[in-house]
Design a protein around this ligand. Structure first.
Ligand code: GCO
Ligand code: MG
Length: 404
């Protein structure tokens, strides 16, 4: 079998998604997600200008060799653009291989290790009563675990909370110019324990509660927050410090028993080396889409398993259904699965990417369709072309840029 066509499809059914579609001489097709939120076209160029010409004529069964040649052959290794591009190729090749075998991808990864995949959903509110309503809504949808994010008194726009304009209409976090959010660490550190107290008081001790700090604290501030949240037994504290400094987690780890989750902006195992071998974290959070695909993420999970660290694949709306499908196959197969983030997609996105995976009673299943189980409606995709969109930036009260 040979690859005879490779094309990169960019579509915006509400938000931008980048998809690689490979076609073989036997008529099999494979899809891979290459969406890098806010920097989509850089990956499109990387793929179309530098990778597609190398793929034509290749045997699609050579998944490992193709991965190694794209990673090592470029010489310029790592980085989100490179690794999102390689991820798309890797997943598209796995899709073809599984279709050729007539099996859903999870069967090629060792088969099911569980019946279904547990998820967490996002709850957010501008204040505590609005957050409690949002938690109630997630529970009504069946989510077995909930991430809680709240507005902070004195701050107008904060990550994880739907903002509204003067008329009460929701303000999208993704805009043609970056939206400016504001930040005050002291106010945040004072407020979050009260948020957890209110949620526990309303929903009891058993509901798994997660919280995303989104890289905003110093190590000593993160240690303080971890300790302050201990009485409320969080499931995890996510990205408590800027992710690129692995050493920061040593101080946090020494100071608190609150479990730590890290990794959505990581793109290779090297970003995790100290964190895993020193057992500084409890969950690895990389997405198939940003980590170079199923091939390296499976290796990361096996490495993490030796240290009792679990998987928790990143699954926001900006991972396309193609990336989500690949994630759910891995989730079902790996032994050290922890939890899967799942926000779902808009009905229009689900029409562009028809998928076999299902979400029932808060649990995902990849389905039994051969391959990853996603079909791209190219006509509908073309009807919703790319739209420029940036993630927000974050500023302190005096105007200084802070981590978003
Ligand atoms: C999460 C993430 C996302 C990111 C987004 C950026 O935990 O789901 O933090 O919300 O902000 O993926 O593109
Ligand atoms: Mg996050």
């Amino acid at each position: 079998m040979k690859i005879v066509d490779a094309k990169v499809v960019v579509t915006s059914p509400g938000r931008n998604f980048v998809t690689l579609k490979l076609t073989t001489d036997e008529g099999l097709t494979g899809l891979g997600d290459a969406t890098l939120n806010g920097r989509e076209l850089a990956v499109v160029s990387y793929l179309a200008d530098h990778v597609v010409p190398l793929l034509i004529g290749l045997d699609p069964h050579r998944v490992e060799d193709t991965w190694q040649s794209l990673y090592r052959g470029a010489y310029w290794r790592r980085g989100p653009v490179t690794m999102a591009a390689i991820a798309a190729v890797d997943v598209a090749l796995w899709d073809i291989k599984a279709k050729a075998a007539g099996l859903p991808l999870y069967q090629l990864l060792g088969g099911a290790s569980r019946e279904r995949v547990g998820t967490y959903g996002h709850a957010g509110g501008r204040d505590i009563p609005e957050l409690l309503d949002s938690v109630r809504a997630r529970l009504a949808e069946g989510y077995p675990a909930v991430r809680v994010q709240s507005g902070i008194p004195g701050l107008k726009a904060v990550y994880g909370v739907v903002d509204t304009d003067d008329t009460g209409a929701p303000v999208l976090h993704q805009q043609a110019r970056p939206l400016v959010e504001d930040w005050d660490t002291a106010a945040y550190l004072r407020h979050v324990p009260a948020v957890f107290e209110a949620v526990r008081a309303e929903f009891g001790a058993e509901l798994p509660l997660l919280h995303d700090v989104h890289h905003r604290l110093t190590p000593i501030q993160a240690a303080r927050l971890g300790k302050d949240l201990e009485p409320y037994r969080p499931f995890w504290l996510e990205d408590c410090t800027p992710a690129e400094n692995q050493e920061a987690l040593r101080l946090v780890r020494r100071s608190t028993t609150t479990p730590l989750a890290v990794g959505e902006v990581f793109n290779t195992v090297y970003d995790y080396q100290a964190l895993i071998t020193e057992q500084l974290i409890d969950y690895v959070r990389s997405a198939v889409t940003h980590f170079g695909g199923v091939t390296p993420l499976r290796k990361l999970f096996d490495f993490a398993a030796q240290y009792q660290i679990r998987s928790a694949i990143h699954g926001p709306e900006d991972i396309s259904p193609v990336g989500m499908a690949a994630a759910v196959h891995l989730d079902l197969a790996v032994h050290n699965f922890g939890i899967q983030e799942y926000s779902g997609h808009t009905p229009l996105t689900e029409a562009v990417f028809r998928h076999a995976y299902t979400f029932t009673d808060g649990h995902l299943h990849p389905g039994e369709t051969p391959g990853i189980g996603v079909e791209l409606d190219e006509e509908l995709a073309a009807a919703h072309p790319y739209e420029a969109a940036y993630l927000p930036v974050n500023r302190l009260h005096d105007g200084t840029v802070h981590d978003w």
